[in-house]
Design a protein around this ligand. Structure first.
Ligand code: ADP
Ligand code: MG
Length: 670
């Protein structure tokens, strides 16, 4: 058998990097760039600064320390400088095979210093060979790529260069981009090999625009698909809304009223409703869900509501039962531990609301006559679960609710296929929660304050972060706090809640806390989601710096639901400025949208919403820098689809969106 040649696909760079053709290499974007047209000064720069230097190897030395640690050192003469720079690699004896005296090398790394002078430890390196093409590797802004083992930086760079500047290269436009942008061809060349650092951003923007166009077209197709799912809506068989409103016990807020109206409009269309309700913690989303469920029952169908935890599902079931049983509606709790008995006759159509956890959407769970699916705390679920719920009925209406307010632009990005309603008004009588930052050493004062308040019958939560990788440790810290707080507040005054408890036990303890049998609940962040006890007016969050802002906001939302002034104490010692900034935001505002905006600026969007939310990865787009393009891309994508509904004149665009369109109920591609 002949040995595989360097040209064979098995050995090709693109195969090793996981691509299906050499053509795909041009989508292997640089990880960073080095300006090799202008070398930095390794002797004058700040310590710890990362610099790129070029120079000649003067000498190499391998040695072994006591204890067996090996050291390989290079003495480098950086070009244009008189001093020498030391390069050091520990425990990498094979490095001696890389460098020879007289070699020209390029290095990138942080500058440090010891008694012998300045040095770089474990820098990235490239040895320059005589026949290396200087136009590719030197004297220019040079791309640096992510590698896999057995692939060299220069090989990748040369392969990509060859692809980009080959006569056969075709980088077609796949839609008509706004005129201000450079061509795709130019952008692709410049993102790899810009003439200067300044050229990078315009090239990146062009490619980001393309990526957003693909994403927004996917969203537009999903919207179009919804509209094309024909749904006949027979006349209502019963009239329940007036009685529902009568039994509420309060007036809906203006915002709730407005959203009721938006739901009514959706339900008058002859295609399914797909609506997202965004509303801060405590804005009263449950009632909106209840309203939609009542509308659904009026049409003679049953409804369902999905919640992420058993505690929350139980609470919803209780609340809905209170509101709906006067209307003759049966609320069925459906969780791992509480499954309804078999038999459809149990679920009289037009009279049943199923409330449950994941158990509700599992295979085999039959939801008779499902007309509407509600998903609460949607950010705890993914696209797949949304899909599973939809499969339980025939084009049922869908209402998803989230208490993670996100900026409008992000919303268009991640939920671009949904209509969005915002509950931007709190029920009357809410006082903002007073929030303060405290260091651990001040905890004593905090406990004293809680003690005083609890003498007036008010209750407190004390929350510890839960990190999945160290659940044991966290359970321990909660356990310790439990013991400590019992010492302070009294043996029978403290109750503990954490994820390790079985769900009946959790219910039980929540129930007892709500009945005021305890003044303090020590918990992990399991209480984050939706738990409601209006009498709890204090929230202490330990190690607050370990939580995300959105999560802190959620936690804080557990208090301030009753008449009393509520307090939130963030206990922590952030290690850096960003950490402090984050916590200060919490101190300054109670507005979920403002907090989300700040979170976005500080942390970046990737951490706020995982990609699973949309099922759409963004490689080039930077949601902060490119925010301005999202809306215009959404409009442009919609225009394209309006004029060319099956994309038969946009084959390139069709090819790109195809992987993201699951079932092709709508015929695309001409
Ligand atoms: P969330 O949006 O966080 O899910 P909930 O639906 O749990 O909020 O509502 C929080 C509390 O506010 C509940 O106790 C609910 O009964 C109450 N509530 C909701 N709407 C109103 C209203 N219009 N007027 C007075 N109280 C309301
Ligand atoms: Mg809720």
């Amino acid at each position: 058998m002949p040995a595989p040649s360097a040209k064979s696909p098995a050995n090709a760079v693109w195969t090793k990097l996981g691509y299906k053709s050499s053509r795909e290499l041009i989508a292997h974007f640089p990880r960073r760039y080095e300006d090799r047209s202008r070398w930095e000064d390794p002797f004058l720069c700040k310590l710890d600064q990362a610099v790129t230097v070029q120079g000649e190897v003067l000498a190499t030395k391998s040695s072994r320390w006591r204890g067996g640690r090996s050291v390989f050192e290079v003495t480098l003469q950086p070009e244009g400088f008189l001093q020498e720079l030391n390069l050091t690699w520990f425990n990498m004896p094979f490095m001696k095979n890389v460098f020879k005296d007289g070699d020209q090398v390029v290095l990138f790394g942080k500058i440090s210093e010891n008694k012998n002078g300045r040095r770089m430890i474990h820098p990235e390196y490239e040895v320059i060979k005589k026949d290396d093409e200087p136009r590719i590797h030197l004297n220019r802004v040079t791309p640096v790529y992510s590698l896999v083992s057995g692939v060299y930086q220069k090989t990748v760079r040369a392969a990509i260069y060859a692809e980009l500047f080959s006569d056969e290269l075709k980088v077609p436009e796949f839609y008509q981009a706004p005129e201000k942008f450079m061509s795709r061809l130019e952008a692709v060349r410049k993102i790899h090999f810009p003439e200067s650092m300044e050229e990078l951003e315009p090239a990146r923007r062009r490619l980001a625009h393309d990526e957003l166009m693909v994403m927004q077209t996917v969203m537009a197709v999903r919207r179009q698909r919804t509209v094309r799912q024909r749904k006949d809506r027979p006349a209502p068989v019963q009239d329940l809304v007036p009685e529902f409103l009568n039994h509420l016990g309060f007036e809906p807020t203006g915002a709730q009223d407005r959203v009721f109206g938006e739901i009514d409009e959706d339900l008058s269309e002859n295609y399914p409703m797909h609506r997202l309700i965004q509303g801060d913690v405590g804005s009263g989303k449950t009632i909106v869900a209840a309203y939609a469920l009542v509308r659904c029952l009026e049409s003679g169908k049953n409804g369902a509501m999905l919640a992420p935890t058993e505690t929350l599902a139980t609470q919803h079931a209780d609340n809905l039962r209170k509101i709906l049983s006067p209307l003759g509606v049966e609320v069925v709790l459906w969780t791992r531990t509480s499954k309804p008995a078999d038999g459809a006759s149990l679920f009289p159509t037009g009279k049943t609301v199923y409330v449950g956890t994941h158990a509700l959407i599992q295979e085999g769970a039959v939801l008779e006559n499902l007309g509407l699916g509600v998903i609460d705390e949607q950010h705890k679920f993914g696209v797949a679960q949304r899909h599973a719920l939809m499969q339980k009925g025939e084009h049922p209406d869908l209402l998803v609710m989230t208490a993670t307010p996100i900026p409008r632009t992000l919303c268009l990005t991640y939920y671009g296929d949904l209509d969005v309603s915002v509950l931007d008004e709190m029920p009357p009588g809410r006082k903002p929660v007073k929030t303060v930052l405290r260091a651990r050493k001040d905890l004593k004062k905090v406990w004293k304050f809680i003690q005083e308040e609890s003498q007036h019958g008010r209750q407190a939560y004390v929350v510890y972060p839960l990190l999945e990788e160290s659940e044991k440790l966290d359970a321990k810290s909660v356990q310790e706090a439990f013991t400590e707080l019992k010492g302070i507040f009294g043996e029978d005054q403290v109750v503990m809640l954490h994820g390790k408890l079985d769900s009946e036990e959790k219910q039980q303890r929540m129930q007892e806390f709500r009945q005021r049998k305890f003044s303090v609940m020590v918990a992990t962040s399991v209480i984050e989601v939706g738990v409601d006890n209006p009498n709890a007016s204090m929230m202490v969050i330990e190690n607050a710096e370990r939580f995300g802002l959105a999560q802190l906001h959620q936690l804080r939302g557990r208090v301030g639901r009753g008449q009393d002034q509520a307090y939130c104490v963030l206990v922590g010692e952030p290690k850096n400025e960003d950490g402090w900034k984050r916590l200060e935001v919490m101190e300054q505002t109670g507005d979920g949208f403002e907090i989300a905006e700040a979170d976005l600026q500080i942390r970046g969007p990737g951490d706020i919403l995982g990609t699973e939310q949309s099922g759409f990865p963004l490689k080039i787009v930077n949601l902060i820098k490119d925010m301005d393009m999202i809306e215009s891309c959404r409009r442009l994508a919609q225009n394209i689809l309006d004029e060319d509904p099956d994309l038969s004149h946009h084959k390139g665009l069709y090819k790109r969106i195809k992987p993201f369109i699951q079932d092709s109920e709508i015929k695309l591609g001409g």
